[in-house]
Design a protein around this ligand. Structure first.
Ligand SMILES: [Mn+2]
Length: 338
């Protein structure tokens, strides 16, 4: 359910009581995470506070589009716990799960400053005094826009651009199943605020590195199709990254390629990390009337492996080798595919 006007106004008063709010988002930040950090920083600045926006990872090249804005500070690279002493509040954006806030999990659990969260995910375990949640919202940036409108905050062109990037990337440039009338209406209003959609599109989708395009080729040629072509599995190992010259961050969105195949309902990407568990991303296709009625909730699949996310886009970190993780996932998912 979308927040009501009074929810938004109360949340507005809550955040207005913070002079130095710390803005955080999830690890491995995506367009909606960076977009939310930049947009809320701009919005709160025009409202008179001094927000500190912090990302847990540096900006990957796939998001060079964000270089048009003042940089977001990177945890450990630009600041540490000492830099947080004057924070008098926290706003967590685009996640509500401690597992996605690990670098500051213990700090967040120990701090006495008020915490609020703005999010559109289903998975949540963060203890926050105030929540602005809308699981039906296509992006956290969309919630921020509605919040700003409701509170009458000034929306600068930078704030609008950052919100359009978040909304456009979380909807796969308005093609995913979360693209609803509200998403399209808000996008139109953001363009009316002076943002060029075409310019953002070019910076987002026509600025790939050669390595990323070669990695796409390698992943697709190694793709396995299982369960009568309903399940696509792709893997990224260190050797492939080295050979193609791509970075791990550049695997983002390549998971959507197999979904362009008529038969594929679920797409998986297993990525070998430098150390620690295998990172797994899950996507599923919405049922297509008269063609494929299968409706797989990949958030539920991810949850049974300790992860979480949305019905059609989820993730998990799973201990084991690429082979063993793949085998366990395939055994779990194939029965769901009829
Ligand atoms: Mn999001």
């Amino acid at each position: 359910m979308p927040p009501s006007t009074s929810d938004f106004l109360e949340a507005g008063r809550f955040v207005a009581s913070m002079r130095r709010p710390l803005l955080l988002s999830h690890t491995k930040p995506d367009g909606d995470a960076f977009g939310s950090l930049v947009a809320l920083r701009e919005l709160l600045r025009s409202a008179g506070s001094r927000p500190l926006a912090v990302a847990f990872d540096p900006l990957p090249h796939t998001y060079d589009v964000f270089r048009r804005f003042e940089p977001v500070s990177v945890w450990r690279r630009d600041l540490d716990e000492k830099s947080l002493t004057d924070a008098d509040g926290v706003v967590i954006l685009d996640t509500c799960a401690y597992s996605q806030l690990l670098p500051l999990e213990s700090w967040l659990k120990a701090t006495t400053v008020p915490i609020m969260a703005v999010d559109h995910h289903i998975t949540r375990d963060v203890a926050a005094a105030r929540l602005v949640l809308d699981e039906t919202a296509a992006a956290t940036c969309l919630i921020l826009y509605q919040w700003a409108r409701c509170c009458g905050w000034q929306i600068s062109r930078d704030a609008a651009a950052a919100m359009l990037i978040g909304l456009a990337t979380d909807t796969g440039w308005f093609t995913h199943s979360n693209t609803d009338p509200t998403a399209l209406r808000v996008a139109a209003e953001l363009v009316e605020l002076g943002v060029s959609a075409n310019e953002l599109y070019q910076q987002l989708y026509q600025c790939d590195s050669t390595g990323r395009v070669r990695l796409r080729g390698a992943m697709l040629s190694g793709m396995k199709l299982l369960g009568d072509g309903r399940l696509a599995v792709m893997r990224v190992d260190r050797e492939t990254l080295h050979r193609t010259g791509a970075t791990l961050a550049e695997t983002e969105n390549l998971i959507n390629d197999p979904l362009t195949i008529r038969t594929v309902v679920v797409s998986l990407v297993l990525s070998e990390q430098k150390e620690g568990p295998v990172r797994v991303s899950f996507r599923s296709k919405a049922p297509i009337a008269g063609f494929c009625e299968l409706d797989v909730d990949v958030a539920a699949v991810a949850r049974s492996f300790g992860g979480g996310g949305h019905r059609r886009a989820a993730g998990a970190r799973i201990d084991g080798t690429l082979d063993s993780v793949e085998q366990r996932l395939v055994e779990h998912i194939l029965p769901l595919l009829g």
